[in-house]
Design a binder for this molecule. Structure first.
Ligand SMILES: N[C@H](CCC[C@H](N)C(=O)O)C(=O)O
Length: 258
């Protein structure tokens, strides 16, 4: 039996395993089973929290298809909450993930502010933008995000030859005053998720267009509200990128993989 905890950040949900002493390695099939919403625990992804010299912990992220993937923003907040609940940290985490080192702060209201890596090479086009915020994102501007067939249109772009072989996550973004409304088709989940942390980060940076300076953008997702703040040094680059939002423990338990 393997102990796990379930966390969610604006409805993007994850299985978390404290692997510091367990030292388990899971197969693609085992991870996909644990994430399965009928036969398993049910989640968009799974994370292993591991020891890492010079850091509070290492974050190893897998999508629900069972494959290891790139940075997960909602997951970064959730693993920070997990580390707090395990007593590894109190108010601040310094951890290592696939895209490098991250800092995270537990705020007084329980939300978590996650420092994302700097973003370069933002590509702006008439109806979309392409950028990498720790994971690859396609950001499309739409008039009414509620009317978008996110599954069909997202799948079509995600598998477009232009993004082969790795594919991309796909975000549909509606400007609503100073806010953004975002819905996301996630690579490796192969469906719409309730929110995507690296996705809303991409949407906020893309929405700043060619402007430079300091930005703080509120984003509404089907799973709740997030904030992304950053400094644009040029049309194509951002630093000081911080994704702030909730990270909630849902339940803990044990699962048999036998
Ligand atoms: N599905 C993404 C990784 C997780 C991203 C998302 N859950 C987030 O919060 O950033 C990918 O394979 O690129």
């Amino acid at each position: 039996m393997i102990p796990f905890s379930k966390y969610q950040g604006t409805g993007n949900d994850f299985v978390l395993i404290d692997n510091r002493e367990l030292h388990i390695s899971l197969t693609t099939e085992q991870i996909a089973f644990m994430c399965h919403r009928r036969f398993g625990i049910g989640a968009d992804g799974l994370m292993l929290l591991e020891k890492a010299t010079g850091f509070d912990f290492r974050m190893v992220y897998f999508n629900s298809d069972g494959n290891e993937s790139t940075m997960c923003g909602n997951g970064g907040r959730c693993i920070t909450a997990f580390a707090r609940d395990l007593g590894i940290i109190t108010g601040h985490a310094h951890f290592i993930a696939i895209d490098g080192a991250h800092e995270a702060t537990v705020l007084s209201d329980g939300d978590i502010a996650l420092h994302m890596n700097n973003v370069q090479d933002v590509q702006h086009f008439a109806d979309h933008a392409i950028l990498n915020t720790g994971s690859p994102h396609y950001v499309e501007w739409v008039e009414d995000v509620a009317a978008v067939d996110v599954f069909e249109r997202g799948k079509h772009i995600r598998y477009d030859a232009a993004f082969a072989p790795g594919g991309t996550n796909v975000n549909f973004v509606q400007r609503d005053g100073t806010m953004l409304k975002v819905r996301t088709y996630e690579r490796g989940v192969e469906d719409e998720t309730y929110s995507c942390g690296t996705g809303v980060t991409a949407a906020a940076i893309a929405a700043s267009g060619n402007a430079t300076g300091a930005f703080s953008t509120d984003i509404a997702t089907p799973g709740g509200k997030l904030n992304v703040s950053f400094i644009k040094d040029s049309a194509a680059s951002a630093t000081g990128v911080v994704l702030t939002g909730p990270a909630r423990h849902v339940f803990s338990g044990h699962i048999s993989l036998g």
